[in-house]
Structures are given as C-alpha cells and as structure tokens.
Design a protein around this ligand. Structure first.
Ligand code: ASP
Ligand code: MG
Length: 443
C-alpha cells in the first residue's frame, strides 16, 4: 500500500484532475489524499472574515464563486447527463450547508469547519470521476479517523485503529480522502494548518505503515535554492529526513514543515513528484545518509530579531531561563539563538505577543527589536565539513549579516539578514556554494 497526496495545483482544474486520474490508475493499492482546488482554501479563509464582519454580500459572492468553480468542473469532466445532475445537486447541497455554517457566530471551530470544505467538495467530485471511469474506489471521511489531539504530536496509534476500522468496512483498492481536516481532543472539527494535506498523508502513511508516501506537486522535487528568486537551481535527488525537515521549516514552500515527522520512526520514505512531469524522478526523502555536505538553501521571511542586553548577565546563571520563560508563557517559539557574555539575540516568527514579551523583559534588560528579517538556512548533513562551506562567509563582505548560527545540529547553518537583502543573499550563496568554480584555499 502507498499513500499519494495531490496538492492544490495538481487538482486545480478539470484538465489536471484527469491527469491525476491517469497517474492513479496503475492497479496498485493506495490511499489518495487530496487538497482543495488551488485558491479554494484562500476563498474559504475570506469567508471566515466575512462571518467575522457579518458581510452578507461578501459571503454570498464567495459562495457563488465556489459553487460556480465546482459546477464548472462537473460540467467539463462528466459525460453522462444523469451523473452531472446528481453531482451538481450534491454540490449545491454542500454549498447550502456552508451557507448555514456562515450564519453561526465566529469561533475557532467555525473557522475550521469553513476552511476545510474545499477538500470535502473536491474529494466527492474526484471519487465520482474515478467511478464514472470504471475505477473502483471508496471515499473515506477523514473526520472519522484523523483524530489528532495535538497537531505537533499526533497519536498515530489512535489514527491507525480508527482508519483500519474504516478501511475494513469499505473494501477497495483505491481510497480517496480529504487532507488538512482533523478532529481535535474535544472531538471538534479542526485543521492541520495551511498546507496541512502533506501532513495528513504522512500521518496516514505512519498509521498504516505503508511502503511509501508520495507528495505530488507542480515542481520536480526539492531544489537546491529557491527557484522563485534564483536562476539555475537544481533538483535534489535525495534528502535525509533531517535535511527535509530543516528546509521545510525554514521556508521551502514545497512541504508542510511537519510532514516528515510521523514517518521518521518507521523509516517510511517520502517521495516528491511532479504531476505535470510524472516520469521525472523527483526527490526521495529517507533516513539513509547517502551523501554529506552542502545540499540546499532556503529562506524564511517575517522574522523578528530581538536583542536582549544586560550587564547583569555577566557571569550570572539562570539568566537564560528567565528570558525563555517569558517566551514560554506567551507560547511563542524561538527559532534562532546566539549569545555573547552580556547579550543574547534570538528570533521569533510569531509576533502576536511581542509587545507583552518585550514589556516583561524590559523590566531587567535592554531590548531592541528589528522586524522584517529573513533566516537563510544552509542545509546538508555535516554541512560544516564540506570543502566549499567556508565560502559562505564571503557574504560578510557584501551583506550586513545580523546573526549567524551553527551547532544546534550538524545539518544547518543559519544566517539572519534584513529581508531587503534576502534575494541578493540567496543569489550570492548560490554562486559561491553551488557553482563549483573551485577556488584555491590559501591560508
Ligand atoms: N487546502 C489546504 C490549504 O490550502 C491544505 C493543503 O492544501 O494542504 O492550505
Ligand atoms: Mg502544499
């Protein structure tokens, strides 16, 4: 058994849905996780804002757009009139259901219920597409088995028991299910954060101990740098789980940051594939350390740097604990840290409680805050031992680097720069680290 997940662009149009159908149709047993059609979850997020603002006109417009989008797909991909009518009626029923939800008061649960409808709509249509093409399949309701008490640490055994029960009652070779949606510890509808369908796929993969999880997107796998900003990036054939986790966390948009965590213990490989070029090899992510050294660079924006300076830190113990406690109290996680004897610099990406945090720390230290920074992350197992790694420090001649961090793990060197310098930093590092223009090292 394999798990195959298709992202928003892969299922973003009638034409693409037919491509996905063809990829699936190879006689292998599989579970297919689908995300919503591209743009749909964004619209649903807007819908939640409409509910907050009680913007009836806005809500109606969005619902009309969603209805039209899905009805258009049905009209294009189904030949039989009865099927088209039946499916269109069902989509109308779901849209009416969404409308009813929008009349409730705003809450976290209401948000989750609304934003996860894109997956509900699409999996229903797609399962029927397979059926109408004579491909036997079964549609599984993810809300029945994706019970995740804490998003950071899902109980795989619980999902496994529930999912196996569902599968047993609906024998099939191909199962279709919704990504992104889950139920929380209170039994309420929740979600796995934006882009969470990748995570759905690996949670299912771990729960069923499958042989492989495939994530199908619109690019030939991980690249060694961000193709949006840098020319001549190259596909990476293989990454370790650690490398992939670092890259995904530090900005590589291709994967949800938590994707690999459920499959690490079970050693299930994750394969990144391109729906629009299915024969391309993609990127394999596994526990095996095939090569060491520099592999890739990624960048994460919207980083706030906080410098905390105090002479009382000199030779004192317990100082860091006091600082970290403040962040902990506000459930704000810290990404990068560097320290000197009297100062510490750290970064956060969630500045919701920044004002309160700064106020508390200012009681005993001098605090400076700088927003709009980017972490540039240079990744590879044993990256520092790479013969070319030293070249990255040449960046210091051109770009004001705010922080540098290495040693948390052996597979990541992070540097913090002002976001306005991000693209130049990525280009510069690409040229220095991946151009293979060998340079003589003179010491
Ligand atoms: N549809 C959700 C989103 O757009 C989940 C996903 O695509 O993975 O974030
Ligand atoms: Mg995605």
């Amino acid at each position: 058994m394999k798990v195959l997940k298709f992202g928003g662009t892969s299922v973003g149009s009638s034409e693409n849905l037919l491509k996905v159908r063809d990829i699936l149709n190879n006689g292998e047993k599989k579970i297919v996780v689908l995300s919503a059609m591209s743009g749909v979850t964004d619209q649903l997020v807007k819908l939640t804002i409409g509910v907050k603002n009680q913007d009836i006109t806005g809500i109606t417009q969005i619902l009309d757009r969603l209805r039209e989008k899905h009805l258009d797909v049905i009209a294009t991909i189904f030949d039989a009139k009865e099927t088209r009518v039946a499916l269109s009626n069902h989509v109308n029923v779901i849209i009416e259901e969404i409308k009813e939800v929008t009349s409730c008061d705003y809450s976290e649960e209401l948000y989750s219920r609304l934003v996860t409808y894109g997956e509900t709509l699409l999996t229903y249509i797609f399962s029927n597409l397979l059926t109408s093409n004579g491909i036997k399949n079964s549609l599984l309701d993810a809300k029945k088995f994706m019970h995740v008490d804490t998003v950071e640490n899902p109980n795989i055994n619980k999902v496994s028991t529930l999912l196996k029960k569902e599968i047993l009652t609906q024998e099939a070779d191909i199962y279709i299910t919704q990504g992104f949606v889950c139920k929380n510890d209170l039994g309420k509808i929740s979600h796995l954060k934006r882009g969470g369908s990748d995570y759905t796929a690996t949670i299912i993969g771990a729960a069923l101990e499958v042989e492989e999880v495939q994530i199908w997107t619109d690019i030939d796998g991980f690249h060694n740098n961000d193709p949006r900003y840098v020319e001549n990036t190259r596909r990476i054939e293989h990454l370790t789980y650690n490398e992939a986790a670092e890259l995904a966390y530090f900005g590589a948009k291709i994967l949800h940051p938590q994707t690999v965590s459920p499959v690490i213990i079970k050693g299930i490989p994750v394969l990144l594939k391109n729906t629009f070029n299915p024969s391309a090899a993609g990127t394999v992510i596994s526990g095996e350390k095939r090569t060491t050294g520099l592999k890739a660079i990624s960048a994460k924006d919207n980083i706030t740097a906080i410098k905390i300076k105090s002479n009382r830190m000199l030779m004192a113990h317990g100082y860091l604990r006091r600082i970290f406690e403040v962040f902990d109290n506000y459930q704000t996680s810290i990404d990068m840290i560097t320290t000197s004897e009297i100062a510490i610099s750290l970064t956060i990406d969630d500045d919701k409680h920044l004002v309160e945090i700064v106020r508390e720390i200012e009681a005993y230290a001098e605090v400076t805050v700088e927003k709009e920074h980017s972490i540039i992350c240079i990744v590879g197992e044993e990256v520092i031992a790479d013969n070319e790694a030293h070249k990255l420090f040449k960046i210091l001649n051109y770009i004001p680097v705010r922080m540098i961090s290495y040693g948390g793990s052996n597979n990541n060197i992070s540097i913090l720069v002002d976001t306005k310098d991000k693209v130049n930093t990525l280009k510069f590092l690409n040229q220095k680290l991946f151009s293979y223009e060998k340079e003589e090292l003179v010491i």
